[in-house]
Design a protein around this ligand. Structure first.
Ligand code: UDP
Length: 480
């Protein structure tokens, strides 16, 4: 009797990185707004970041909770207190962080047994969680925090191994069995995920995830919308045979609230934008993890200035009181006064992108940023750094034709590839001025409109979400 009236309870278990926790929080809010109970498992750092949102949603009588877990840092030789991947700055420690996350099994097991949710939404980086949940009879949905294009591309690279058939890292190959001719090089791929001779934590994870995606789990949840990449949605489902639901763009469900909760600079930089003409400012940001060395920062600074465009540039490097920053060109701050804003720390990205003064976005092509750019109708300069970002670049520049490449050539994981000032200047101009820019702007504005409709009542993402919830209800009643 209780199962008929009890709210459907979904556990969300995101990887501890902003690019994963932000859409997860949006997803939890979305599910809770549909009358489900949502519980997020995360570290106390993110529990604190989420606290205001959770309070607000409780005030709306939605049921959303956080349960905290502890990263076993000491077990892998990481300093205590690392609770998010953005807190590690070296590739070695990043690897250790992944290893530590792999040791969360007993904590998840305990929470699953204690709370007995109806479904687990597990991050792509926790493929082991699927097996664990199924031992307790709980279905798992995998959340990749990326779109269909890159899901298809990475699955085809995994299945057919085109990167093994070229003789050098820079020799191009075509990814087999995709709806478009997509050319890549080995140096743009996450090679340590793919190399079969290396049994690294990444390689193990990558293989396990692909196996879960192709049949080990209940299905895949995707933060995207059908109209954006319909050929790839169909391909993923019908040709590659993966069961999936698309429920995005998640950023559209709670965008302004999110920025208001996370940003201190909001007031200042948005006010500054208010004084600018439409499409006159370019926004430059590389997400929450990527960083650049001083030499590259200097190239960006110079390239932006040479483009003659006004800009907001988010720089992750902390400014130390009284210490001169070597990467600033001489007299730079004085020269850009009124024309450019350098924002330290956390930017209210969604609100910035949505501002009518913003006419372009230099992005590292993290999936959330890409989708936020699309949803705001802003053409992009693509500058991928790591993860699946080189795939996302191809979607933006070649398939959707809403952006231009800056020319980054190498997957570097943490510190961006070296791109020269002239390339930056040229790409910024291309995306801001002239006929090509106008065409890209028109196309991306059309997609933004489709994104808005997708999440409305009766829209494609809304219908997919309804179908998923219905299926989960059915699954529960069949298994009770
Ligand atoms: N973000 C933000 N302000 C910042 C940096 C990032 O709001 O200063 C948000 C951004 O809007 C996006 C997420 O953090 O939602 C970054 O995710 P993405 O997938 O783009 O990149 P990642 O950080 O995972 O590389």
């Amino acid at each position: 009797m209780e199962t008929k009236t009890r709210k459907l309870h979904v556990f969300f278990f995101p990887f501890m990185a902003q690019g994963h926790t932000i859409p997860t929080l949006d997803m939890a809010k979305l599910f809770a707004s549909r009358g489900l109970k949502a519980t997020i498992l995360t570290t106390s750092y993110f529990a604190h970041v989420f606290s205001q949102t959770i309070e607000k949603s409780r005030a709306l009588s939605t049921q959303i909770e956080v349960l905290t877990i502890d990263i076993p840092c000491a077990e892998v030789g990481l300093p205590e207190g690392i609770e998010s991947v953005h807190m590690v700055s070296s590739p070695e420690n990043q690897l250790k962080f992944f290893e530590a996350c792999g040791k969360l099994r007993p904590q998840l097991d305990h929470l699953l047994k204690r709370h007995r949710p109806d479904c687990l939404v597990a991050d792509t980086f926790f493929p082991w969680a699927t097996n664990l949940a199924s031992e307790s009879g709980i279905p798992t949905l995998i959340f990749h925090s990326t779109g269909y294009f890159s899901l298809c591309a990475s699955l085809c690279v995994f299945l057919y191994g085109p990167q093994k058939k070229v003789s050098s890292d820079s020799e191009p190959f075509i990814i087999p069995n995709l709806p478009d001719q997509i050319e890549l090089t080995r140096e743009k791929l996450p090679v340590d995920f793919l190399r079969e001779d290396m049994e690294t934590e990444f390689a193990r994870l990558y293989k396990a995830t692909r196996r879960m995606e192709m049949g080990g789990s209940y299905g895949v949840l995707v933060n995207s919308f059908y109209e954006l990449e319909s050929a790839y949605v169909d391909h993923y489902r019908k040709v590659l045979g993966v069961k999936s639901w698309q429920i995005g763009p998640l950023c559209l469900y709670s965008k302004r609230a999110r920025d208001a909760e996370t940003s201190l600079d909001k007031h200042e930089c948005l006010k500054w934008l208010d004084s600018k003409k439409p499409n006159s400012v370019i926004y430059v940001s590389f997400g929450s993890v990527a960083s650049f060395d001083d030499e590259q920062l200097m190239e960006i600074a110079t390239g932006l200035e040479a483009s003659g465009k006004q800009f907001i540039w988010v720089v992750k490097k902390e400014k130390k009181e009284g210490i001169k920053e070597e990467w600033f060109p001489e007299g730079y701050e004085e020269r850009i006064e009124g024309k450019g804003v350098i924002l330290r720390g956390w930017a209210p990205q969604v609100s910035i992108l949505e501002h009518e003064a913003v006419g372009g976005f230099v992005t590292h092509c993290g999936w959330n940023s890409t989708l936020e750019g699309v949803s705001a109708g802003v053409p992009m300069v693509t500058w991928p750094v790591a993860a699946e970002q080189f795939y996302n670049e191809k979607l933006v520049t070649q398939v959707l034709r809403i952006g231009v490449e800056v020319g980054a050539k190498k997957f570097v994981r943490l510190v961006g590839d070296n791109v020269k000032r002239e390339a930056i200047e040229k790409a910024v101009r291309r995306v801001m001025d002239g006929e090509e820019a106008e065409e890209m702007r028109d196309r991306v504005k059309g997609l933004a409109e489709m994104a808005r409709r997708a999440v409305e009542e009766g829209g494609s993402s809304c219908l997919d979400l309804n179908a998923l919830i219905e299926e989960l209800r059915l699954h529960r009643s069949n298994s009770s």
